[in-house]
Each structure stands twice: as structure tokens, then as C-alpha cells.
Design a protein around this ligand. Structure first.
Ligand code: SAH
Ligand code: SF4
Ligand code: F3S
Length: 468
């Protein structure tokens, strides 16, 4: 009886907010739902199940969820009037942080579940169908999630995310992540290797290893040793550098990336790997948040501006062409104009290839939200504009320096124009190039001939020219 119900074709629409971890989780949810008969819908309008995979990092991100829920409520009522039905679910970090509040504020929602409960989706759907509503799952059991998700996974294109670590123990005073994702948990090498192999078999060329603090990843060496004898950690466990070397041996995997790293966990083993493991791409996202030591301390970052710059110098000594990216917050409580100037000075010293910058947003429950001397909105806007102008000019200069170079580009998908493909350079820049569609999934040598604000344009190299 239940079997018959499960095999009927239904549709699901998943809207993803926030970071790459959520993108990965949404893919996995779609994968879990597929055997239950759920096909992807193009929009919420024609879906039987709508899942909002939410982000709680800044106030705006959380607000978006409630306004989307208002819109979906109307849709759900209209469907019910016509004799149809729609199951509405809220997943992700808002669900984890505000589970009970969502149930109260948005009674049209049938299911609320946090990031560690996705593997229980089939069971929750069955419960929701029986009870019509009120399924709330917000426990932490990361390893159970990893175990139950297994290695089965359908790849979508030549580049794929792979979560290797979840959670954060750093407790930066502005941030909700330690509360929404729990403490740091690393996935074992065997499970990561199995997922990477499965992706490679499906034609994936590039994997991006994900974690809230991906470089805090540590695990016991695999039971089947692959001959890698360089130990990163004194206790004999493996660090991220060694994991990357191990994954680089998988046939078909040509490129490895990882994000997001914390300066405090950037160990020598990983820096060495960035220097000599050819499959590790020369791009590092290493958020600093501020250049002022007073603010860094108030943020509980655990490093100074000088320590961060020294780390960058060490990384550049290992890999001179590495593209450095970062995150910044302006207007943290107590930030004076001198503190802000220190951030501008650090940016000038480091010279970023790309960056994300945000106005400080007060998050309920975090120490920063109740600190004295909150910075006014006008001040935040002015500082953000100045910082973004500087970061943008550095990004444009970095892109302009690629002109004339030959870069290896992983061709990922069709471009906007006929005959055009879009790929990624080793430095994660978008590259537009005229090439046959059959080349999607290959890594081509491309001469960079032009630079537009958000992409490079290039030409396929004739076979007899060498890659620079
Ligand atoms: N784990 C990663 C990223 C966390 S969230 C790391 O530690 O780097 C991504 C970025 O959002 C952060 O780096 C920070 O710049 C920004 N962010 C986090 N909380 C914020 C807040 N309350 N207000 C504004 N920006 C915030
Ligand atoms: Fe948030 Fe800090 Fe952890 Fe990053 S390191 S997730 S900013 S608490
Ligand atoms: Fe947002 Fe949660 Fe990611 S708060 S940034 S979706 S970890």
C-alpha cells in the first residue's frame, strides 16, 4: 500500500539560500527524494513539495525566508481550494535557530528540520502525511547524517561539492554558525574517498571540499594505507593537506579546491600541499574580517592582522601565483574610523584577487549583538562603499594581469551566446570561450584575450602552443 504511494510521480522544488554547504545539502535532499518518486519542479507553483533551505547568517537572509513563506502560503491555499495539496518544509540554518518560532509564526509550514536531519526526510514526509503538519527535527547528529547519506550521489556537471567537515568551534562573536551547525565534526577518509570515486566515475573532474572550517578537518589515516607517509599532525592523524594528496590519486579527479579556511587552522602540511600538489588549485579563501587588532580580539578571531599577513606571505612563498580571497565585516560594535583604516591598510598590503564584504548584522544569541557601541547604519554604508571600491579595483587588476596568459580552463556549461562555453580558470575566474558543446567537461588551454567586469574572455589554444 505504502509502496504504491511512494512510486507515484511527485514533484519537489528546493530553494537554496546561503553558503555552498546548503547547495550541497540541497543536492543531497533531491537525491534522497528521487527514489520516493520526487522529480524536480521548475518552480514552487507546480510542486507537490516545496523546501526552503535557509540561511541565518545575516538578518536579511532570515527575513527573506519569512517573506517567501508569506507568498507560498497564498499558493498553498489556492491549491487546496482547487482540491490539490502542497507540503511546505523549512530546512537549514533558520530552521535550526528558530524552529519553534517558525511553527508559531508560519502555521502553513508542515515540516521544520535542521541541517543534521536530512537523511530522515522520507520518515518525516510519512509522518507529516499522517499528522498533517508539525514535524520538527532539530537535533545534532552529524555523523549519523554522513553515515546514512552514504556514497550514492548523482553528479551534475564536471565540478562538484563534497562536504568533508561540518560545524564550527571558533565562536566568532558575530556569528551564528556554531549554534546552527553545531561543533566541528570531520568525516572519515574512507567515506570521503568513496564519494570522490563515485563522482569521478560519473565524469567529475573537479571537487571542492566543503566545511565551515574545512582546514580544521582531521581524521585517522585510512585502514588501507595508500603509501602516503608524510604525516601532518604529531598524533599521527591526517590533516587537510594529506587528504588532498590522497584524493589527487583518484583517476579522473584533475582539480581539487577547498573552502572555507580559518587562519588559525592553516597548518604547514596544507601550505606545503598548496605548493607542490599540482591538482590543488592556486586559490585560497581565507577570511580575515578586519585589519584592526582591537576588533579582531573583540570578534574572538584568535589572530592579529600581522599574524594574518605573515601567514599570507608564507603561503605565497610556497605558491607564488596563488589568488587570495577573503571575507570582511565593517561596523562591528566599537569599530572606530582608525579601526576601519587598519582594515583598508591590510587590504592594500595583502592585495586580494576577490572578496566578500558585509555590514555587521546583529544576530540574536551571539555575544556581538549585545555589545556596547553599535555602529550606525550611515557609518556602515560609507565604510562598506570605500572597502568595496578598493576590493573591486584589486579584483579588476588581478583579472587584467591574466590578459595574454594561457590558462587551463575547466569547461563547465553552455554560455549565453550560441557556440560559447563558460569555464573556470585555476584562480576560479569565469572564462567565456567559443568552443563546441562536446567539450563540456574537458580541461582546455585557453589564451586570455579580454577582461570584462565579471569574467575573462579567451580563445582555445592551437594544439602546438604550450600552456604558460
Ligand atoms: N566559516 C566561514 C564563513 C562563515 S559565514 C569562516 O569562518 O570564514 C561567511 C561570512 O559571513 C563570514 O566570513 C563573515 O564575513 C560573514 N558574517 C558572518 N556573520 C555575520 C554577521 N553577523 N554580520 C555580517 N557578516 C557576517
Ligand atoms: Fe562563524 Fe567564525 Fe566559525 Fe567562521 S570561524 S563559521 S565566522 S564562528
Ligand atoms: Fe548560512 Fe548556515 Fe551557511 S547560516 S552561511 S547557510 S552555515
Amino acid at each position: 500500500m505504502q509502496k504504491k504511494e511512494q512510486s507515484q510521480s511527485k514533484t519537489v522544488f528546493i530553494r537554496t539560500y546561503g553558503c555552498q554547504m546548503n547547495v550541497y545539502d540541497s543536492e543531497r535532499m533531491a537525491g534522497i527524494l528521487k527514489p520516493l518518486g520526487y522529480e524536480a519542479a521548475n518552480s514552487a507553483d507546480d510542486a507537490d513539495l516545496v523546501i526552503l533551505n535557509t540561511c541565518h547568517i545575516r538578518e536579511k537572509a532570515a527575513e527573506k525566508v519569512y517573506s517567501e513563506l508569506g507568498r507560498l502560503k497564498k499558493l498553498k491555499i489556492a491549491k487546496e481550494k482547487q482540491g490539490g495539496a502542497m507540503t511546505l518544509a523549512v530546512a537549514g540554518c533558520v530552521a535550526q535557530a528558530e524552529g519553534h518560532e517558525i511553527v508559531v509564526r508560519a502555521p502553513q509550514v508542515d515540516m521544520v528540520f535542521g541541517p543534521q536531519a536530512y537523511h530522515r526526510l522520507p520518515e518525516m514526509l510519512a509522518r507529516s502525511a499522517r499528522a498533517r503538519g508539525d514535524v520538527l527535527e532539530t537535533d545534532f547528529a552529524v555523523n549519523e547524517k554522513f553515515d546514512r547519506l552514504g556514497e550514492m550521489r548523482r553528479a551534475d556537471g564536471p565540478s562538484a561539492f563534497l562536504t568533508i567537515q561540518e560545524g564550527c568551534d571558533k565562536f566568532c562573536t558575530f556569528c551564528v554558525v556554531p549554534y546552527t551547525r553545531g561543533s566541528e565534526v570531520s568525516r572519515p577518509v574512507e567515506a570521503i574517498t568513496a564519494e570522490a570515486r563515485s563522482l569521478a566515475r560519473q565524469g567529475v573532474k573537479e571537487i571542492t571540499l566543503l566545511g565551515q572550517n574545512v582546514n580544521a578537518w582531521a581524521s585517522a589515516p585510512p585502514s588501507e594505507c595508500d603509501g602516503l607517509k608524510i604525516l601532518d599532525n604529531d598524533d599521527g592523524s591526517w590533516g587537510l593537506g594529506q587528504l588532498c594528496r590522497h584524493l589527487a590519486k583518484i583517476g579522473g579527479i584533475e582539480r581539487i579546491r577547498f573552502t572555507t579556511s580559518h587562519p588559525r587552522d592553516m597548518d604547514d602540511g596544507l601550505i606545503r600541499a598548496l605548493g607542490d600538489e599540482e591538482k590543488l588549485m592556486p586559490y585560497l579563501h581565507l577570511p580575515v574580517q578586519s585589519g584592526s587588532d582591537t576588533i579582531l580580539q573583540a570578534m574572538n578571531r584568535g589572530h592579529t592582522g600581522e599574524a594574518y599577513k605573515a601567514l599570507i606571505a608564507k603561503i605565497r612563498a610556497a605558491r607564488s601565483d596563488i589568488a587570495i580571497s577573503g571575507d570582511f565585516i565593517v561596523g562591528f560594535p566599537g569599530e572606530t574610523s582608525e579601526d576601519f583604516e587598519a582594515t583598508m591598510a591590510l587590504v592594500n598590503d595583502v592585495d586580494y584577487a576577490s572578496a566578500y564584504s558585509f555590514k555587521y548584522s546583529r544576530r540574536p544569541g551571539t555575544p556581538g549583538s549585545v555589545m556596547a557601541h553599535q555602529v550606525g547604519e550611515d557609518e556602515k554604508n560609507q565604510r562598506l562603499a570605500l572597502l568595496q571600491a578598493l576590493l573591486e579595483s584589486q579584483k579588476q587588476a588581478f583579472n587584467a594581469r591574466q590578459k595574454g596568459r594561457v590558462l587551463s580552463v575547466l569547461l563547465e556549461k553552455d554560455g549565453r551566446h550560441a557556440g560559447q562555453l563558460i569555464g573556470r580558470s585555476p584562480y576560479l575566474q569565469s572564462v567565456h570561450v567559443n568552443a563546441a558543446q562536446s567539450m563540456i567537461g574537458s580541461i582546455a588551454s585557453v589564451r586570455i584575450v579580454g577582461v570584462t567586469p565579471n569574467a575573462l574572455t579567451g580563445e582555445l589554444l592551437k594544439e602546438d602552443e604550450a600552456v604558460a
